[in-house]
Design a protein around this ligand. Sequence first.
Ligand SMILES: Cc1ncc(COP(=O)(O)O)c(C=O)c1O
Length: 478
Amino acid sequence: MQGDLGQEFRQEMERLVEQLRESIPETIRRIDERPALRAGAAEALADFKRPLAEQGSGAAATIERLIELNEKAGGNVVGPKCFHFVIGGSTPASLGADLLATAYEAVTYTWILSPTGVEMELQALDWLKELFGLPASWSGIMVTGATMANFVCLAAGRQWWGEQHGFDVSETGLAGLPQMPVLTSGFVHAATLKCLATQGIGRGNVQQFRRDDFGRLDLDGMKAALEALDGKPAMVIVNAGEVNAGEFDPVPEMIDLARQHNCWIHVDGAFGLFARISPRTEHFVKGVERADSVTVDGHKWLNVPYDSGYAFVRDYGLMARAFRYSADYLPDENDARPTLGAIGPESSRRARGFAVWATLEAYGREGQVRLVEHCLDIAQHCARNVREASDLELMNDPQLNIVAFRYNPGGMSDEELDRLNERLGQAVIDDGRFLVGTSKIGARTVFRPAFSNWRTRTEDIDGFTAVIQQLGARIAPN
Ligand SMILES: Cc1ncc(COP(=O)(O)O)c(C=O)c1O
């Protein structure tokens, strides 16, 4: 490109603003009507890859092409018909704030780069502590999601464990230390194992105490193992909300037990911690405030845009020591102006706090309770549809926002039903009207729609169970 680049880009930016004035509202307005996944997405992207052009096509044509591609092949996870994994929608306030975070390009490594970005993050974290009943004195940080929030919490726990042995593991590493005991139930999430794998603990070193093939906690087994440690420091991971059916470890009992021993107690409440804010479900997470660290996700049930997860840790010092980040040109964690990059894994950080602050400011506590209870109601509606259908079978009694069920036209063995539901799972993805995944409860294959989006209506659920029945009948052997 020759000439005055600054001048050209300024002019192009003006034209872009006009173009976005139409396309962004249109994109947002059509969220409800787009299918969850476009049938034929792979074909639409068939000629997508090409070598880098010598001459670019300019912003206007590029943005148009992006929109065209996304309309043909984009997913619509923010829409009302995506029940896969655990994915939330975006509240109006949070979507607006997140767009502005990009427009302002607010950077939150340290206060002087974006005083509002940093203060909004800290304020929003304080509000989340209030919302979830966590002590105000705890420290917190925003990261990409629950995987990285677990990473922060487990790193703080590992730091604690090393210090119990007289080592600063962030300085000296793990060499010379024994294997860190990690105890949990069979509900432990793959993200937690990934974190432990990357922190020198090893995923194979995690002791899972299971009393059944679903993975529910064997509390007596865990008790015996903790007693055998005889006061040696250990980590206990409490799973508040597992992904197959939305069940919980017995949170209060597990914390009681671990507190009698020398343990770091981490609670993975990626979506389950939201149970805390409705009187209908708060008993599932009673006592989380007695843990040492807690993970929760925002892009799940808080309904803020991806990516947004939060780590809460009792002891600020452990976070600061685990993630120490210093050089002559950098502020450190003791600077009067907060430097969030010095207490968490990311140095370069976008302003996730904009969206979280905005949704809490806009809707308050009451808004969060309404959102959670809306999804609880939607899950119960889905369970009712399943119970009433002669060819659907409920596979657990849903307590939260996940309903485990399978297509069962009758006259088939469990193994045959597993194969049928696996094929049906693929057929639903190919169909694209709804996005939902299958998983296992014990040995059995189930659908596990998770409801965490304010947009989902009861008629979406009626459409969903009807599609499962329709496609099921089509592929089931006669
Ligand atoms: C219990 C639990 N922990 C961790 C994660 C990982 O979260 P993320 O994808 O936000 O990193 C999930 C995601 O579903 C989860 O349900």
